[in-house]
Design a protein around this ligand. Structure first.
Ligand code: ADP
Ligand code: MG
Length: 456
């Protein structure tokens, strides 16, 4: 038999995946499960106005989700709170766990759409030396969640396929093991939810937050680095992690760095993240880049020759998202000019602006000189060991900008800065990133410098 509270939580979980966060918070979060009356699930809301909005905008969606989760329940009714007692009098004693066919009356199991991005599957993920371990680990986890790789920690620079792999695991489970309850969240979402739970001071909302994350079989947190400096969320996540881990539920985390280098996260979290398997994704080699470009092109029904693929790959930064961006520009250019055959010349013309931009390439020296001029200090100071505030800030900003604008490997940045360790480099970057969130002056300085450098 199902409990209305648990059932409603499941429904909400699904709704949340397919709705805008704000609409979900305003219209769905505040609904309360009242009871089941026959095949109808009754929910209450505070006012007639909100009932109207929900009826017109969201009722169909709620019904779809409800009947996909339990085919016995085929209807949903939203009522105003003061009518609850009328319905409670008529409520059914018991609702079967899954509405399997009851003398032919129950609806056939409906197929519900996957909440994960359709094109982010294992099939669409091109394997190469740079990502083969991450891909193999992701597949193993998808086939056997809660098995030997727990937690699975995937890290890489931006645009190299972490989110794609997470969602591929989600799509795989959705297809092969639809009963597995998968929660996918970006760590920013977790932070926002927790903040709203804390602010609301309502136990219900707190419980809901905890329930959502503790009741799943597979928890995926994308970009965990955004928990840096968020102590309360880290604390909450620590407990969720322990609960899930102890009950052999699968945890999958992605980040821009290996667990040990996430210096802004609590030590106890970092330790736990290293308990399972950590795998990284490296920037793809030329061969893999070409294979990815060809796969992406054929998905969009464009034929890309090896020559053109190589041309794009050579002119692209080692970031697959940006490489796809170049490909899109070429397709756009091709249809705009009515030239459906993509030759190397056409590609070159389409990317000419980008390639020219690259010619006046910015290098680390340009950045350091710009920062020195701006702060009226000497390069020797920036590269040296002085720890006074007037030197430390520009030094950190220079490091931040070099990483941001040049995508240079951290180790190389460390070398430029007098052989500093790459953790020092990470610290500088994270510190500036963090401070800019609250320090307007710093934000303006960085924006100014960025302007100066990009519009030389
Ligand atoms: P990240 O989360 O690491 O920043 P994403 O997963 O968002 O990166 O990937 C960026 C883009 O690159 C996505 O469109 C994704 O499909 C594509 N991509 C990354 N790696 C591969 C790959 N190996 N094969 C095909 N597409 C890939
Ligand atoms: Mg991502």
């Amino acid at each position: 038999m199902i409990r209305k509270e648990n059932f409603w939580d499941d429904v909400k979980n699904e709704l949340q995946k397919s709705m805008q966060a704000i609409s979900y918070e305003v219209w769905i979060e505040k609904l309360e499960p009242v009871c089941f009356v026959g095949n109808t699930f009754v929910l209450s809301t505070a006012s007639t106005t909100s009932k109207k909005t929900i009826d017109t905008r969201y009722l169909d969606l709620i019904k779809d989700v409800v009947s996909s989760l339990n085919s016995f329940i085929t209807n949903v009714e939203i009522i105003v709170k003061d009518k609850e007692s009328e319905y409670l009098e008529k409520q059914s004693d018991s609702i079967p766990e899954v509405g399997l066919v009851v003398d032919g009356t129950a609806k056939k199991e409906k197929s519900r759409p996957s909440p994960f991005r359709e094109e982010y599957t294992f099939d669409e993920f091109v394997e190469g030396k740079s990502n083969q371990f991450a891909l193999a680990a992701a597949k193993t986890v998808a086939e056997n969640p809660g098995g030997k790789y727990n937690p699975l920690f995937i890290y890489s620079g931006v645009g190299l396929g972490k989110t794609h792999l997470l969602q591929a695991i989600g799509n795989y489970l959705f297809k092969h093991s639809p009963k597995t309850k998968v929660v996918y969240a970006n760590s920013e979402t977790v932070v926002n939810e927790l903040i709203s739970a804390i602010r609301s001071k309502s136990n219900d909302e707190n419980n809901r937050f905890r329930e959502k994350y503790r009741s799943c079989d597979v928890l995926m947190i994308d970009d965990i680095q955004f928990l840096s400096g968020k102590e309360a969320t880290q604390e909450a996540f620590f407990h969720i992690f322990n609960d899930l881990y102890q009950t052999n539920k699968q945890i999958i985390i992605t980040s821009d760095h290996a667990p040990k280098d996430l210096s802004t996260l609590e030590e106890r979290l970092r330790t736990r993240f290293s308990w399972g398997l950590s795998v990284d994704i490296q920037p793809p080699d030329m061969e893999t880049r070409i294979a990815i470009l060809k796969a992406k092109a054929s998905r969009r029904n464009f034929n890309l020759s090896d020559e053109v693929a190589l041309f794009i790959a050579e002119n692209s930064p080692p970031n697959i998202r940006e490489m796809e961006g170049l490909l899109t520009s070429i397709f756009f250019f091709s249809s705009l000019n009515n030239k459906p055959i993509i030759t190397k010349e056409l590609a070159a013309e389409a990317l000419s602006k980008f390639i020219e931009d690259k010619k006046g390439v910015l290098d680390a020296n340009d950045i350091v000189s710009a920062v020195c001029q701006y702060y009226k200090i000497s390069p020797a100071d920036i590269f040296g060991k002085k720890k006074t505030k007037n030197i430390v800030e520009p030094r950190m900003i220079a490091i931040y900008l070099i990483i941001d604008l040049l995508s240079m490997p951290l180790v190389s940045v460390g070398q430029i800065f007098g052989g500093r360790d790459h953790t020092t480099v990470i610290h500088a970057r994270d510190k500036i990133t963090e401070e800019m969130k609250t320090n307007t002056r710093l934000k303006i300085v960085v924006a100014d410098l960025r302007n100066i450098l990009l519009n030389r």
